[in-house]
Design a binder for this molecule. Structure first.
Ligand code: EPZ
Length: 426
């Protein structure tokens, strides 16, 4: 099993190019199932998760052309050989569940395994299912599978989500493109990935308006066509490197960064005393901290445009070396503080009380062996390791490979001392 060895203390200086967004790419890939014509996605991140979904799509009969290491992927769902997504594949990655709606909308039937919980919480899919039912789907949940049918096709519906959900908003948007009539999604997620998905679907001939607001309207069309779409830049990857630069110190410019999508993160960094220069037109974000102390800042995770839950762990790593006490409240997932005890192994002073973590900043962290528990938790340990004195070894880094493209290359390019080892190496 691979692990990362980090010798902390180096400042980060240089440029980091931001990759395509994992969480957008996964839903864009599912959109290929809505049409018999090819969907070409450029700026595709090469990640374990996106590669994994391409395998599931291939299992369903999608022709996938995506050479290793390439950032362009062509998906052609001209003829599916199966509309069954098996447990073995869906359980490995929850976003696979999103193939249900598109297959149901195009073929009138689909069977997809329930994804199950994961390390950060129970994560039910009840709101995905309610949305599909509101569009007229007959659903039978049996043996861990959702068997869905809509023999006469899906129908437009007014769907009001009881709370904001990214996945169910996207799933409903995908399915509604081919429904008869108009679908209105109320209390819809406003994450930038909604806009990316709607843009791609509209290029494919869908009629979607309002994406990025809390009301999305989708006028169903009879069929969709192929298209070419560039995956938006990854706001979470950009936020992660911004915090790495802030924690280690130095001067890093992120290029191809989705500046407008990062408002809450930029405000929190500025409040903590980090110099942030953003240029939306040039898509750059420059992060500088040279010797100045970090101030403790409290944040609460919220749906967009609030502070993102996917940057909470990284911010906690940063706050663990700030002056003073910060309170970090997690409002989206019930079990997303697993990085706290691992950060404590590096000397951080963190008390978790229910939904809140109280972080009392310490002057220095000290390297130690730690264990990655999920994707964002893993990268928070990398950030802490870069800021710590001495050697940190991060184990179980397969979590990192799910969502960060060429992480070590990008960091070593800025002067970090970070190396991937496997069991046969020292
Ligand atoms: C997406 O997950 C992201 N994943 C997550 O990123 C991200 O943390 C999350 O949105 C919030 O921004 C992908 O895009 C693949 P939700 P998703 O539906 O869609 C509850 C990462 O690290 N809920 O907005 O699953 C749910 O349990 C990952 O990249 C229901 O109760 O998130 C959670 O508490 C982790 N019933 C809350 O809503 C439902 O049917 C928000 O979840 C659906 C969700």
């Amino acid at each position: 099993m691979d692990r990362l060895k980090i010798i902390g203390g180096n400042k980060l200086n240089g440029e980091i190019a931001i990759s395509g967004a994992k969480n957008s790419a996964l839903k864009l890939m599912a959109a290929c199932l809505l049409t018999g014509e090819p969907l070409t996605l450029t700026n595709m991140p090469n990640l374990a998760d996106t590669r994994f979904l391409s395998q599931l799509l291939a299992t369903l009969g999608v022709e996938v052309y995506w050479p290793k290491g390439d950032n362009e992927c062509r998906l052609n769902a001209a003829e599916l050989t199966s509309t069954i997504a098996p447990y073995e594949q869906v359980r490995k990655m929850r976003a696979s569940f999103n193939v249900l709606g598109p297959m149901l909308a195009r073929y009138g039937h689909a069977t997809v395994s329930l994804p199950g919980g994961c390390a950060i919480g129970a994560r039910p899919v009840d709101l995905h299912l309610k949305a599909l039912e509101a569009m007229g789907a007959d659903l039978l949940v049996e043996g861990g599978y959702v068997k869905a049918a809509a023999i006469h096709g899906l129908k437009g519906a007014r769907i009001s989500f009881p709370f904001v959900t990214v996945g169910a908003t996207e799933h409903a948007m995908l399915a509604a493109t081919l429904a008869k009539g108009t679908t209105v999604l109320e209390n819809a997620a406003r994450e930038p990935e909604m806009v990316d998905l709607a843009d791609c679907l509209n290029k494919m001939g869908a009629k979607i308006s309002g994406a990025g607001t809390d009301t999305i309207t989708i006028e169903g069309v009879a069929q969709l066509n192929g298209a070419t779409h560039a995956v938006m830049a990854d706001r979470i990857e950009a936020g992660t490197y911004a915090m790495a630069a802030a924690a280690a110190g130095g001067d890093v410019t992120l290029t191809g960064a989705p500046v407008a999508a990062l408002g809450a993160m930029i405000s929190a960094l500025k409040e903590s005393g980090v110099t942030v220069d953003s240029n939306e037109a040039a898509a750059t974000l420059r992060i500088q901290r040279n010797g100045s102390a970090l101030k403790a800042v409290s944040v609460t995770t919220q749906p967009h445009p609030g502070f993102p839950t996917d940057l909470q762990a990284q911010f906690m790593a940063l706050m663990s070396v700030a002056d003073g006490t910060s309170i970090i409240r997690e409002n989206i997932f019930e079990n997303r503080f697993m990085h706290a005890p691992e950060l404590s192994r590096l000397g951080a002073d963190i008390q978790v009380r229910g939904k809140e973590a109280v972080v009392q900043g310490v002057p220095k962290l000290k390297g130690a062996p730690v264990m990655a528990t999920d994707l964002r938790a893993s990268v928070s340990l990398v950030i802490a390791g870069l800021a710590a004195e001495g050697e940190t070894e991060v184990n179980r880094i397969y979590h990192l490979d799910r969502g960060f493209e060429r992480l070590e290359d990008k960091l070593t390019g800025c002067g970090a001392d970070i190396r991937r080892l496997n069991d046969s190496e020292e």
